[in-house]
Write a protein that binds this ligand. Structure first.
Ligand SMILES: [Ca+2]
Length: 316
């Protein structure tokens, strides 16, 4: 069974990513969920995580990570995710609390507890601040990390600037530390997440699934569809909502449904309004450098949606 630490900033698509992971607990041993300031402030992303675990009726340790990027001021995405970070559904209130522990110590403790032949997989679906801080503080643990699968970046085009994707834009310095870590990296960027769409018929399937989690997915996407898709695109494409963060968990479940390429990338650390936080992917291998990422470009959309449907059947 794959041991996972999920680092996230829920967030509508983070929430569905957590459902996909927790609906597959026969495959994933989720050791901990850490939170970060990103889509909303840390207090809200942590609270949302705890309430989602209450909804799913599971006990998984949650630890709050860093509340702001390494060197820059936090910019949140409340225009997309709302004031709570997951506007739309009424998530259950909970008595669950985050661990009273520094997240770096939590990560180290969990990596220390691995068997000698075991490694940990990290899934990062928010800004990469926590991952970078851990690698800076405890570089000796790199060998215990099997891979880092993240949602973020893009080869062709952005969503927070013409070239930058939100997660990387928020903390480019953190993403650059991760990119140079020599740990195997899988990037689920906008190139693939723009293919990982859900349509209105599928949303209605979840609404009528008879499952609490299915209903929450539908109610989240009712809100998210209005804020995450500009009107011109809805007119062009119809209502197709991109389930960005969910792809990172889907990759671990079914890598064979993805099209990938091994490529070199680095992160633009400038103040440029266009380029800040762009993942510059050397698609033509102009630099001739060794690949440092497995970059996802396409996904079998029908199989992707089926993974979510299957997971929901195993959740309340
Ligand atoms: Ca996220």
């Amino acid at each position: 069974m794959k041991k996972l630490i999920i680092d996230c900033d829920p967030g509508h698509d983070d929430a569905i990513a957590l459902m996909l992971a927790i609906g597959n607990r026969e495959k994933f041993d989720i050791q901990c969920i850490s939170t970060v300031g990103g889509n909303q402030i840390l207090e809200k992303t942590t609270n949302n995580t705890l309430r989602l675990l209450e909804l799913m009726d599971v006990n998984i340790p949650v630890v709050a990570g860093r509340d702001k990027p390494l060197v820059r001021a936090l910019e949140i995405a409340d225009s997309v995710h709302g004031d709570s970070g997951i506007d739309g559904p009424d998530l259950p209130v909970t008595k669950k609390r985050a661990l009273d522990e520094n997240f770096i110590n939590t990560y180290a403790r969990l990596l220390d507890a691995l068997d000698p032949d075991e490694k940990m997989t990290f899934v990062v679906t928010g800004p990469q601040t926590n991952m970078a801080l851990f690698l800076l503080a405890r570089p000796e643990y790199k060998d215990k990390i099997e891979q880092i699968v993240f949602m973020g970046g893009a080869c062709f085009g952005g969503n927070w600037s013409p070239k930058s994707e939100f997660n990387i834009y928020v903390d480019p310095e953190a993403a650059q530390i991760v990119s140079t870590s020599d740990i195997p990296i899988v990037m689920c960027g906008l190139d693939v997440t723009h293919q990982a769409t859900i349509n209105q018929d599928e949303i209605e399937y979840f609404r009528n699934s008879g499952s609490q989690c299915g209903l929450v997915i539908a109610e989240m996407l009712d809100f998210f569809s209005e804020t995450s898709t500009p009107e011109f695109r809805r007119e062009q494409e119809g209502k197709k909502i991109r389930l960005h963060d969910v792809t990172a968990i889907a990759y671990l479940l079914s890598p064979e449904i993805f099209e990938t390429r091994e490529l070199y990338y680095e992160v633009d650390l400038s103040e440029s309004k266009i380029m800040r936080g762009a993942t510059v992917i050397d698609y033509g291998n102009v630099f001739g450098k060794a690949a440092n990422g497995c970059i996802c470009f396409d996904i079998d959309r029908a199989k992707f949606i089926q993974l979510i449907k299957d997971a929901i059947l195993r959740l309340p």
